[in-house]
Ligand binder design. Structure first.
Ligand code: 13P
Ligand code: SF4
Length: 329
């Protein structure tokens, strides 16, 4: 009997196994697709069929015709894929891959907050549990939050959760006054404004790329504030050769691949000794865990049917609005 007690398949891998070729073989045999977020380890990004940010992953899941989706990302991403594809097997190689932002918004507390503020449209960032999505009218990601908020009437009362930094950013660029949930991502909140300014002094013509989950002072020194995908697109197109990147450092792999002649410097966290600009949850997926998860088709994501039935509506609404706005195909 194979155990997933630890949150991942803890099975011995025979010595000398060529993990890459075995993963590719199993994937073909089982009609599985491997999707990975840009914050995954480089070797996971390189073996994935599709890589993308949170919006792209939801979109890929929605239109996938594979029998099995292996979601190399964090738990809420697997849940979103399962909610969109209830008939498919959705596997996350390590169920311990959580998200501090999603954890900052427990569903019962969020439901209470919503109930205390009747008459509001509830917008939730995709970095939330299925149970929070079930209390939501429209899900957004950082790639479409601004445009989706702008698509609503100017006087619409809005609750936005759970990321306070993204919420404040959207309020500032849209002139709205959304009621914000007080949550945050422990990785994006770690960047040191002082160290970024020091780096800027050292690299005179470097541009600063900042994710809107970062704190306001960091956003204020940005040449570009945007989602992971938007920052990547900007780096590819910009007529500049050096960038200081204030988001999870996994994106540097794709930036460097797409722009081999440009220089990307990860923005340092406050604590010089930690690797806090890496999301430990995202890095839990390894080639070994990916191999074992495909081999045993475990651990599988499940979502309570009643919750999924409610949560699918705001996710589909996000995809529909994004399509109508021309943000996705
Ligand atoms: P995006 O993928 O939407 O940029 O979100 C960043 C993030 O923190 C994902 O967990
Ligand atoms: Fe969650 Fe932050 Fe990790 Fe993204 S980077 S998965 S928001 S903890």
């Amino acid at each position: 009997m194979i155990s997933v007690e630890k949150g991942y398949v803890d099975a011995l891998i025979p010595e000398g196994t060529d993990l890459r070729s075995e993963i590719l073989r199993l994937k073909r045999e089982k009609n599985a697709v491997i999707m990975a977020h840009y914050y995954q380890r480089p070797e996971i990004q390189d073996i994935a069929d599709e890589i993308g940010d949170s919006l792209a992953l939801a979109q890929m899941a929605a239109r996938s015709d594979a029998a099995i989706i292996v979601l190399c990302g964090v738990h809420f991403m697997g849940e979103t894929a399962k909610i969109l594809c209830p008939d498919k097997k959705v596997i996350v190689p390590d169920m311990n891959a959580g998200c501090s932002l999603a954890d900052s918004c427990p569903a019962p507390d969020f439901a209470k907050f919503v109930a205390e503020h009747p008459g509001h449209t509830v917008i939730s960032y995709v970095n939330t549990s299925a149970a929070v999505k079930a209390h939501t009218d429209i899900v957004v990601t950082s790639s479409n939050a601004k445009q989706i908020v702008e698509s609503l009437p100017a006087d619409e009362k809005i609750i936005f959760g759970p990321d306070r930094n993204l919420g404040n950013y959207i309020n500032s660029v849209t002139g709205r006054n959304m009621l914000l949930w007080d949550g945050a991502c422990h990785v994006h909140e770690q960047f040191s404004i002082e160290k970024i300014l020091q780096l800027k002094k050292l690299h005179g013509d470097a541009q600063v790329l900042v994710h809107p989950e970062c704190r306001k002072p960091v956003q204020m020194v940005a040449d570009k504030v945007g989602s992971t995908q938007a920052l990547l697109n900007y780096a590819v197109a910009a007529d500049c050769s050096t960038f200081i990147v204030a988001t999870e450092s996994g994106i540097l792999h794709e930036m460097q691949k797409r722009c081999p002649h440009k220089t990307f410097i990860p923005a340092p966290p406050e604590d010089g000794k930690c690797s806090c600009n890496e999301c430990a949850f995202m890095k839990m997926v390894t080639l070994e865990k990916l191999y074992n998860s495909l081999r045993y088709e475990l651990p599988e994501i499940t979502v309570d049917e009643a919750v999924a039935e409610k949560a699918v509506k705001p996710i589909r609404r996000m995809l529909d609005i994004s399509r109508n706005l021309g943000l996705i195909k």
